[in-house]
Write a protein of this length. Structure first.
Length: 293
């Protein structure tokens, strides 16, 4: 039995079909099972509830040998570290008590850079340590920025022919399609040979600048698209207007600053962390259909 958390999200929803295709039994933890596709809902066991609920996790992990672990993004919390620990501490206890043997956890490439700092910055890294201490073998996937984050900028691209961010327009950084993260996660979940603790970066196939991305989007979308650099305070204000908290807004800007200083998160690009979906392919398959809807 493999347990999948966040089964309706960008990554979990793409992991599940790969596990089912391999003939695995899958159990999901879902607050809103009605959001599962009919095909998936009819093929998996559903435990309804939140993955920060100890009783829900105890039930979900019973008889499970492997876990796909993803903590929801902290959109409007006032304490980022507390948010991540609120999920990871009961998970660690359920892993211990139910004897889960392997955990594949989604993490961030840049959270590792902040792990030794003070204040709220190590928040995204803390769950890795908590889960690793639970006794199961653990692999964290240290993911570069998601290509899917650009979907939030479709309204601006339509209205202004531009997308916005705080990075320099010429700074080249890795970015990855969630389909590739899901493929790497599924591969690890299905492989029972690995042991111990560790992590693997997931970097996509290429490093691109914001201007590079604008050029590719212009060609694929058939309309001029430009990148506009904005100040961190403007990024914070926009995030808060969208419903996010000031605390999370500040954390995101700090994370972006770390990414700009060390685009590869101190992990060298290598064949094993270079995934196949190019930004142009993602634009053709995901961005353009969403833009044209």
């Amino acid at each position: 039995m493999i347990v999948v958390t966040a089964p309706t999200g960008n990554i979990g929803s793409q992991v599940i079909p790969q596990l089912l295709a391999a003939g695995e039994q899958v159990r999901v933890v879902a607050r809103h099972p009605e959001k599962l596709s009919p095909a998936i809902r009819g093929s998996v066991e559903v435990v309804q509830g939140s993955s920060d609920d100890a009783a829900v996790l105890d039930k979900a992990f019973a008889g499970a040998r492997t876990l796909f672990w993803l903590i929801p993004f902290p959109m409007n919390v006032t304490d980022v570290r507390e948010h991540y620990l609120r999920f990871s501490l009961p998970a660690a206890e359920a892993i211990r008590s139910r004897g889960v043997r392997r955990v594949v956890a989604i993490s961030g490439l840049y959270g590792r850079l902040l792990a030794g700092s003070v204040g709220m910055q190590p928040a995204a890294f803390a769950p890795e340590a908590v889960i690793a201490d639970a006794g199961a073998a653990c692999r964290a996937l240290w993911c570069a920025s998601f290509m899917e984050n650009l979907l939030q900028q479709i309204p601006a691209i339509r209205r202004q022919g531009a997308f916005f961010g705080s990075s320099r327009p010429d700074l080249k950084k890795p970015l990855v399609a969630t389909r590739d993260i899901a493929a790497m996660a599924a591969k690890l979940l299905l492989d029972e040979s690995w042991t111990g603790q560790g992590g693997e970066a997931v970097m996509g196939p290429e490093d691109l600048s914001q201007d590079d991305m604008a050029g590719i989007m212009s060609v694929v979308l058939g309309t001029p698209v430009r990148y506009q650099q904005i100040a961190g305070d403007v990024v914070k204000a926009g995030f808060m207007q969208a419903g996010g908290s000031a605390t999370v807004a500040e954390w995101l800007v700090e994370m972006q600053a770390e990414a700009d200083k060390d685009p590869h998160g101190s992990v060298p690009r290598a064949p094993e962390n270079t995934t196949p979906t190019s930004f142009r392919q993602w634009c053709e398959k995901v961005l353009k259909p969403a833009f044209e809807r």
